[in-house]
Design a protein around this ligand. Sequence first.
Ligand code: ADP
Ligand code: MG
Length: 241
Amino acid sequence: MAELLKVSGVCSGYGDVRVLHDVDLAVNTGEIVCLIGSNGAGKTTLLRTLSGVVRQSAGSITFLDRDISGSAPQQIVKLGVVHVPEGRRLFAGMTVRENLLMGAYLRTDGRAIINRDLDFVLTIFPKLAERLNQDASTMSGGEQQMCAVGRGIMANPMLLMIDELSLGLSPKLVGELSKALVEINKSGLAILLVEQDVATALKLAHRGFVIDTGRMVLSGLTHELAKNGTVREAYLGAAAV
Ligand SMILES: Nc1ncnc2c1ncn2[C@@H]1O[C@H](COP(=O)(O)OP(=O)(O)O)[C@@H](O)[C@H]1O
Ligand SMILES: [Mg+2]
């Protein structure tokens, strides 16, 4: 598998406050990788750094062997790295269709291909097809998350980064969204999934990284992480084996 994203020795933070310390992470083509860790560990900060919203102070980020450290957010989206933010952040007062099409606003590959991708999103999330003309902000939390993921797909990414897929959603909806992510991944997209719900993340992803107070402390295949004593004790609520 080819290496899609490679993060080496990245430090970043806000002003003088350093949040990420010497962080390494990699995502290969075709993979679902999860990034797990407690509240405040630095997961969102890492995604925001990868998106170019937060500036790194050290280290390198390459995407398809191209150095994207310090690139502008729109440039990073155009290269194929798209961030579905925590809390959905849909455009209120705009319909579901308009929200989905906003995801495609930087694209220059033509209406026909954009419409094909819209059809793909509606196949993955049939609930959105029934609500295309509804104000997106009036939908349930689960439907809004579907719309946020769909908007991300409309940007035609190679790597979709999703921050807290399951936050605030019922187990049934988390199941639906998880199934959708597997389908999206099978269509060829790599996914970097950030989750506080460690059990869900380990089930969905092929490999995982564990971040603790801004440092990567563990990584590996998810079926191995799920058996790891530290992971079980700290994140799965089980006694260490
Ligand atoms: N805009 C910000 N300004 C200053 N500090 C922040 C900001 N956003 C997050 N932080 C701090 O960075 C640390 C990591 O936060 P965050 O990346 O949101 O963690 P996570 O997503 O893992 O819950 C926390 O200590 C948090 O208080
Ligand atoms: Mg977060």
